[in-house]
Design a protein around this ligand. Structure first.
Ligand SMILES: [Zn+2]
Length: 317
């Protein structure tokens, strides 16, 4: 009797295990398939370069590093935000990086991704913006991964007025399991009010922010978005995580990842090849600079100046 019972339990256990394994494999296969369905055309160069003629565009672009680590394979990896300033005083922030606690927690979970001993924290976007935080009038995310979004938590602790978050229809609607944490930070951020960009695409202007436009690109995540901004005669392209390094974008090299990582973090490599070629070609134009979020050295060498807070009139702090 005991033997029969044991057999039934073992069979039940094996069946349950097979069921769970096939469910996991199905989710992974579905996620790989679905990101390949999100291909939209790229905007023409003509449409992109028209941004240089827009009047009243931003007067500066700068970046803030919220955290960084030294990776033995990839060099300095940074977790940045980009700050645009308009002459009327308004600021627009692209990505929020992570606050100190968020960066440490992220590293605890994700250390296996990196060849590094530690993560350094440099202060949240909210902290580094200083008094200028009150002038931020618009926000956008290159994509909804935790390392680009989590800093919004700290930002909302300081600011109660609603900040419009401009998103492409794809970033609003399309999710997969890699964007779950980031999307949850956005949903919980009570100082943020999502606004879906409208228009025919593939280049969407950001209303109220002349000179700034976005392109839904997918490839890395379903809602991956490239920001294009014309600043004083130069076109800056904030390309998120389409490539990890400037060099691999220029030479069209895929990300160096293990089979395990490429299975669990599904990307559309065919699309990424197309995007790297598109970005490298644009970057070869003297008027264009492509910025990749995590390449610390390239940001230092080819990027805009590091953000320095301006002292505001009437700021008594
Ligand atoms: Zn990232």
């Amino acid at each position: 009797m005991m033997n029969v019972n044991r057999k039934i339990i073992i069979r039940g256990f094996i069946l349950a295990l097979l069921f769970v394994m096939s469910a996991v494999v199905s989710v992974v296969i579905y996620t790989h398939w679905s990101i390949r369905q999100l291909i939209t055309p790229m905007p023409s160069n003509e449409v992109l370069f028209d941004l240089l003629d827009v009047e009243g565009g931003p007067t500066s672009i700068n970046y803030i590093v919220t955290a960084s680590l030294q990776d033995r394979l990839r060099g300095e990896i940074v977790f940045p935000a980009f700050v645009l300033r308009w002459a009327d005083g308004r600021r627009f922030v692209i990505d929020m990086g992570m606050d100190d606690r968020g960066a440490k927690y992220f590293y605890e979970k994700m250390a296996w991704q990196y060849e590094s001993d530690d993560i350094k924290v440099h202060g949240s976007v909210a902290k580094q913006l200083g008094a200028e935080a009150s002038l931020v009038a618009g926000l956008g995310f290159t994509h909804l991964h935790e390392d680009h979004v989590q800093g919004v938590q700290r930002y909302c602790q300081l600011k109660s007025a609603k900040l419009p978050l401009f998103q492409t229809p794809q970033q609003t609607e399309e999710r997969n399991y890699t964007t779950g944490f980031g999307a949850a930070f956005v949903e919980d951020a009570d100082c943020v009010s999502p606004k879906v960009l409208t228009g025919a695409g593939p280049l969407y202007s950001v209303p109220g922010f002349p000179g700034l436009a976005v392109v839904p690109v997918a490839g890395h995540s379903p809602g991956s978005t490239v920001f294009v901004v014309a600043v004083e005669g130069k076109l800056w392209i904030v390309a998120g995580d389409i490539s990890w390094t400037r060099q691999s974008m220029l030479t069209n090299q895929p990300k160096q990842v293990s089979l395990f990582r490429s299975l669990i973090i599904p990307e559309d490599e065919t699309r990424l090849v197309e995007l790297r070629q598109w970005l490298a070609k644009l970057d070869s134009n003297d008027l264009v600079k492509v910025l990749l979020c995590h390449d610390g050295l390239a940001l230092q060498v080819n990027g805009p100046p590091v953000f320095k807070p301006t002292v505001l009139k009437n700021d008594s702090r």
